[in-house]
Design a protein around this ligand. Structure first.
Ligand code: CA
Length: 284
């Protein structure tokens, strides 16, 4: 099934294509523009970082083997202060290298050689799910049911305030320590929360973190591992995510109905939802 739904054209998001092969870069620009996106190009990693700092795009397509600054270093630098969606499109395609790319915080990995139509579809899918466009227009435009991140929901609190998440920014505090979820981690967490108490298998979780034709369910384990580290969760004695052998994962931490601990408040955060706000999607 194609991920694009008739009549639901993606909003005009801005994409930075980082690719040193000129012909491929031009091809990606052509097809992404045809799909309605605004496209900028960078021919090496350094230029990409400059372009990103000057004017952050809504999504990056990143080749890994780049002059001046390798794709991995570029992604690490961007991830220091941004959770912009990143699609790696690169010839490194061993499982380990792909997993390494996802560990850096990329949202998806498309191995070269790829079909440019598939790349466009994955871009569409990531943007539908992440809802990270600066305008917020994408926030309600999610892909498959149950895998979207509720970017406009009120603050989410779990386990008596042990974990408090700001959906709009994906910032969180856990045990008093601040952090930030990547878009993939946020969607994965939310997919688990929506099914709280019931295990989900890797195939059910896959749409939350990868493209519609995702490569491997091992990606799920990597993302869950990243999530556990951020939440100081222990696979052997979990409080948040339990591993169900031969099945998948289950969310354990109960969602609080009360307003969370003010420790989680961030400066300028005056529009947090009130308790009882109707937008607590995990209560469904
Ligand atoms: Ca290259």
């Amino acid at each position: 099934m194609r991920p694009m739904h008739p009549g639901s054209r993606p909003p005009r998001a801005r994409i930075l294509v980082v690719e040193d092969e000129e012909r491929l870069r031009a091809l990606l620009r052509l097809y992404l523009e045809r799909a309605g996106y605004e496209v900028r190009e960078a021919a090496d990693g350094r230029a990409a970082l400059d372009a990103f700092d000057d004017d952050p795009p809504d999504l990056l397509v990143v080749d890994l083997m780049l002059p001046k600054l390798q794709g991995e270093a570029l992604i690490s630098a961007i991830r220091e202060d941004s959770q912009v969606p990143i699609l790696i499109a690169s010839a490194k395609r061993s499982d380990l290298e792909r997993i390494a790319g996802l560990r850096l915080g990329a949202d998806d990995y498309l191995p070269k050689p790829f079909n440019v139509h598939e790349l466009v579809e994955r871009v569409n899918a990531i943007l539908r799910r992440t809802g990270t466009a600066s305008s917020g227009r994408l926030a309600g435009v999610v892909g498959a049911a149950g895998v979207g991140w509720p970017a406009d929901a009120g603050r989410l609190s779990f386990a008596n305030g042990r974990l408090v998440i700001e959906p709009a920014t994906r910032a969180f505090t856990c045990d008093g320590q601040p952090g930030r979820l990547t878009p993939s981690e946020a969607r994965l967490l939310f997919a688990l929360v929506r099914a709280a108490g019931s295990p989900l298998d890797r195939d059910q979780l896959l749409p939350a973190v990868a493209g519609p034709r995702a490569e491997t369910s091992r990606n799920i384990d990597v993302h869950v591992g990243n999530l556990r580290r951020k939440l100081s969760d222990d696979a052997a004695a979990p409080w948040a995510i339990e591993t169900i052998p031969d099945v998948g994962y289950r969310w354990l931490a109960p969602m609080d109905r009360t307003l969370p601990d003010p420790r989680a408040a961030r400066p300028g955060d005056g529009d947090a939802a009130a308790p009882g706000d109707a937008s607590h999607p995990a209560q469904r």
